[in-house]
Design a protein. Structure first.
Length: 236
């Protein structure tokens, strides 16, 4: 597998992206018997395909949570209802400050501040915070309450397990967003890592809505790209 637009050399990639960055791919290519340029291209495409899947699951998650929290308090700007959900402790108002910053940026962009825009701009870290143990008796209780829609596809309704899966997704997204690699020097370890990450995204989606999980999986480019993983050197 090569770049579609033109052939490039390892030296050129080292010049463009730094020798230090490319050393990771050179080392893995030697260990797994392939070409470093091919591996770099494959890693980039696979990383972006994973980010596509993460985007679907993240939006599914925030919509699922937003709908239930809005129903619990009776208004769409549920993120302002500190009296009910107790987002902010006496020591820190980090969540409130993050919402204030989102609203400021929306106004700076010349757009009206709406719940939809605020919710869309909340970071994945904020959604992890909302699933934390300190909000178990407020936010998590509202999420699993059947009166608000509940969690019919997650019968155990164990907060810590659900939170751990979402944190794993957050960590993967942060890794990929910072252009870190998914390929490893050991193919078995790499396959296990990718299997686990892919399964984790599927777990979150299925706990929310199995049909949505099926659709996300059907759209994923990850399985097809993994079959194209370079294994043997194409150098003459």
């Amino acid at each position: 597998m090569r770049l579609e637009s033109q052939s490039v050399s390892l030296n050129e990639l080292q010049h463009w992206f730094s020798t230090e960055r490319m050393d990771t791919y050179v080392r893995s290519a030697k260990a797994t018997g392939c070409d470093a340029v091919d591996l770099y291209v494959w890693n980039g495409r696979t990383s972006k395909a994973l980010l596509e899947d993460i985007a679907h699951v993240e939006v599914l998650l925030r919509n699922f949570m937003s709908v239930r929290l809005a129903k619990a308090c009776g208004h769409d700007d549920w993120y302002k209802d500190d009296a009910r959900f107790r987002f902010n402790s006496s020591r820190t108002r980090r969540f409130e400050n993050s919402v204030d910053e989102i609203e400021r940026q929306i106004r700076h962009a010349g757009k009206p501040v709406t719940p939809g825009r605020v919710i869309a701009d909340m970071s994945l870290g904020s959604w992890c915070f909302l699933l934390s143990s300190r909000l178990g008796q407020t936010v998590w209780k509202a999420l699993r309450d059947p009166a608000n829609g509940g969690m019919p596809n997650y019968p155990s309704r164990k907060r810590a397990i659900f939170e751990s899966h979402v944190k794993t997704m957050r960590d993967l997204r942060n890794r990929l967003s910072h252009q870190e690699h998914v390929m490893l020097d050991n193919l078995d370890a790499e396959n296990q890592y990718l299997d686990e990450q892919y399964a984790n995204l599927d777990w979150i989606a299925r706990a929310i809505d199995p049909k949505a999980a099926d659709w996300i999986r059907s759209q994923s480019r990850v399985p097809g790209l993994r079959k194209l993983r370079p294994h043997h050197s194409t150098l003459n």
